[in-house]
Write a protein that binds this ligand. Structure first.
Ligand SMILES: N[C@@H](CCC(=O)N[C@@H](CS)C(=O)NCC(=O)O)C(=O)O
Length: 204
């Protein structure tokens, strides 16, 4: 099983965290996004969108990080992707993550990391405003539960929480949301989570 990945990418990091927690070994091939490797013909042949992550496992080629995350947990027969109707609730939060949460934080990452030499403050402000809107939804949801879906950890926790690793570099106002903070502390108790060190701009 090979993951085409980049360590700056939160969408890649959610898969690496899930694989580590589920005990699924996964080979990693670095794709240099800063040098445009994602737009080369050999990469476009496995993902015509020109984006990481991409997973290749035998005859299976998958793009879209949340699909890959479920595939990896499923292959490991992990409770992170339970074989029950809870999957629909998990998918609800994965779609929420893809449509709202990741876009808010991703907007800020785009400026602070990928446009670090010339960031657009108006775009950053919009991303932070959107972050506050959706963080309020997540915070209320987590007020009386330990994890995003059901009673235990699932792929949804990894998919959503990975964006909090960018709190410092993106100056996200996460400390305004105490239930999110408590949930993140629970994740930080997990070795597979702690090993996903948040990336720093220009660090690599
Ligand atoms: N919805 C996709 C988003 C993939 C995505 O935006 N990947 C970014 C890195 S996080 C990327 O490859 N950016 C490079 C580019 O767009 O040129 C997923 O969840 O996999």
């Amino acid at each position: 099983m090979k993951l085409y990945t980049n360590h700056f990418s939160p969408n890649c990091r959610k898969i690496i965290g899930v694989a580590a927690h589920a005990g699924q070994s996964i080979e990693q091939e670095f794709v240099d996004l800063f040098k445009g490797a994602q737009r080369q013909p050999d990469f476009l042949a496995i993902n015509p969108n020109g984006k990481v992550p991409v997973l290749v496992d035998g005859d299976t080629t998958l793009w879209e990080s949340n699909a890959i995350t479920c595939y990896v947990a499923g292959k490991a027969e992990s409770d992170l992707w339970p074989k029950s109707n809870q999957r629909y609730d998990i998918l609800r939060w994965m779609f929420w993550e893809a449509n709202h949460w990741s876009r808010a934080v991703g907007t800020v990452i785009g400026q602070k990391i990928f446009n670090a030499d010339n960031p657009d403050q108006a775009i950053i402000d919009k991303g932070i405003a959107d972050f506050r809107t959706f963080a309020a939804v997540l915070d209320a949801h987590l007020a009386n539960r330990n994890f995003v879906s059901g009673d235990g950890l699932t792929v949804a926790d990894f998919a959503i929480a990975v964006w909090l690793g960018y709190t410092q570099v993106c100056e996200l106002p996460t400390d305004e949301f105490r239930h999110i903070g408590a949930w993140h502390d629970r994740l930080n108790a997990l070795p597979a989570w702690r090993e996903l060190h948040p990336p720093q701009p220009k660090a690599a």
